[in-house]
Design a protein around this ligand. Structure first.
Ligand code: ZN
Length: 96
């Protein structure tokens, strides 16, 4: 079956359009839903957090834009279990 992490569909960078390829990715949270993966684009340096949902039928990624670094994100997720809505609300607050 191989390395499961390589099966996660990685989108192109939404900021500059370059494929992520070998860009460093960090799993910041894991749960029954799947995992949160944080990836930093090698071309433009912008960070993207993705929620990766795993099921027996498919693996799909849901992009969540963020400028947090992986360490911030890990702290955030460990501090409190929050819903996706909360994440979006916090992100909106941070970007003001
Ligand atoms: Zn980029």
């Amino acid at each position: 079956m191989g390395d499961f992490s390589q099966q996660v569909p990685m989108p192109d960078c939404p900021f500059c359009g370059v494929a992520y390829g070998a860009a460093p990715r960090v799993i910041v949270d894991e749960g029954s839903y799947g995992e949160m993966v944080h990836v930093t684009c090698l071309a433009c340096g912008r960070a993207l957090a993705m929620r990766v949902e795993r099921s027996p039928q498919a693996v799909r990624s849901v992009g969540l834009l963020t400028d947090c670094n992986a360490e911030d994100y890990r702290h955030f997720w460990q501090a409190e279990r929050v819903s996706l809505d909360d994440v979006l609300r916090v992100h909106e607050g941070l970007s003001r």
